[in-house]
Design a protein around this ligand. Structure first.
Ligand code: NDP
Length: 290
C-alpha cells in the first residue's frame, strides 16, 4: 500500500530515508531548515514543502530526522502547526536521543493528537535500504503495525515495546557492544604492530575468525546473566587473572594497556570477592548489582 510520508530533516540520514521511501513507491514530501538540501530529492520526485506545516499536512506519517532532540518539540508545536496539523497522524522520530528524551517526546506528540514511534537506526546512510541495516522502534504498537510496510523500506524493522525509551536504550546497548569490540581490536592491532606485523593480515586471517568463534559463546553467557548462575567448568576467573599477561606483555612492547586494564581490574575484583571459580559473565554484577 502506497502512503504519504513527510520527511523533516534532510541531512545525510534524512535524505537516505527519503530516497528509500521513494524507491518503495511512497509519496514523499520533504522539508529542510536550509532549503537547498532538498534539491536532489525534489529532482528525484519528492514534493517540496515550503514549511514544516505544509509538509506535516501532506503526510499521513511524519518522519523526523534532525540533529538535536531539543529542537523537535518547537518544530512540531509551532512551525508544524501544532494540534490542528498533527491530529491523527503518526510521528516517527529517528533522531538519536536518550530514553528519557524519547518518553518526554512521546508525551508532547501524544498531546498534539498524534501517535508516536521512536526509532533507533542501526545503520549508516550508505546501507539504508540494504539487508544489513535494521531500525529499532518503540512506542505505539498500533502505529507500528499499521505502518510497518512503510518502515520496512528503510531496513529490517524491529519493534521492542510500548515504552518509547526502549529503542534508544537498545540502540545504546548495541553501540556499547560495538565499542567493546573495537576497543579489543585496537589493542590487538597495537600489539601486532609493536612486533612489526601486518595488522591487515592479522585481522583477516586470525582476528576475524577468532572473534567469530568467541561470539558463539555470547548466548551461553547471556543465559548466565539472566539466571545469575555463573558457574563454569572451562575457564574460571581465578585462572584468567592468575597472571596479567596481556598487561605485562603490552607494557614490554611499548603498548599502553589502558584499553584492557579496566576489564582486568574488574576480573581481579570479582576474584577478590570470592567468585574465582565462576565465569567472566559474573562481572555484570559489579557494574549492575541486581
Ligand atoms: P546531518 O548533520 O547530516 O544533518 C543534520 C540535519 O538536522 C540537517 O537536515 C539539519 O538542517 C537538521 N537540523 C539541525 N538542527 C535543526 C533545527 N534546529 N531545526 C531543524 N533542522 C535542524 O545529520 P544526520 O542526517 O547524519 O543525522 C540526523 C539524525 O540521524 C541524528 O540524530 C543522528 O544521530 C541520526 N543517525 C545518523 C546516523 C549516521 O550515520 N549519519 C546513524 C544513525 C542515526 P540544516 O540542513 O538546515 O542544517
Amino acid at each position: 500500500v502506497k502512503k504519504s510520508v513527510a520527511v523533516l530533516g534532510l541531512g545525510s540520514m534524512g535524505a537516505a530515508l527519503a530516497d528509500a521511501l521513494m524507491v518503495a513507491g511512497h509519496e514523499v514530501s520533504v522539508w529542510n531548515r536550509t532549503p537547498g538540501r532538498a534539491e536532489g530529492l525534489v529532482a528525484r520526485g519528492a514534493r517540496r514543502a515550503g514549511s514544516v506545516a505544509e509538509a506535516v499536512t501532506a503526510g499521513e506519517i511524519v518522519l523526523v530526522c534532525i540533529l538535536d532532540y531539543g529542537d523537535i518539540g518547537p518544530l512540531l508545536e509551532q512551525q508544524g502547526g501544532g494540534r490542528a496539523a498533527l491530529q491523527g497522524r503518526v510521528v516517527v522520530n529517528v533522531t538519536n536521543g536518550s530514553p528519557e528524551e524519547a518518553r518526554a517526546m512521546a508525551e508532547r506528540v501524544t498531546a498534539l493528537g498524534a501517535a508516536y514511534l521512536d526509532g533507533g537506526i542501526m545503520a549508516v546512510p550508505e546501507i539504508i535500504g540494504s539487508p544489513d541495516a535494521f531500525v529499532l522502534y518503540s512506542g505505539s504498537r498500533e502505529a507500528f503495525e499499521a505502518h510497518r510496510s512503510v518502515l520496512d523500506a528503510f531496513a529490517r524493522s524491529v519493534y521492542l515495546g510500548e515504552d518509547p525509551g526502549l529503542a534508544p536504550l537498545h540502540d545504546l546497548a548495541l553501540l556499547s557492544g560495538m565499542y567493546g569490540m573495537f576497543g579489543g581490536f585496537l589493542h590487538a592491532a597495537a600489539l601486532v604492530r609493536s612486533a612489526g606485523g601486518s595488522v591487515a593480515e592479522f585481522t583477516t586471517t586470525l582476528l576475524q575468525p577468532w572473534l567469530g568463534a568467541m561470539a558463539g559463546s555470547l548466548p551461553a553467557m547471556a543465559a548466565q546473566v539472566d539466571s545469575g548462575d555463573y558457574s563454569v567448568t572451562g575457564s574460571p576467573l581465578a585462572m584468567q587473572v592468575a597472571h596479567d599477561s596481556i598487561g605485562e606483555v603490552s607494557r614490554a612492547q611499548g603498548v599502553s594497556p589502558e584499553l584492557f586494564a579496566p576489564l582486568f581490574a574488574l576480573m581481579e575484583r570479582r576474584v577478590a570477592d570470592g567468585h574465582g571459580s565462576e565465569g567472566l559473565a559474573g562481572l555484570v554484577e559489579l557494574v549492575h548489582p541486581r
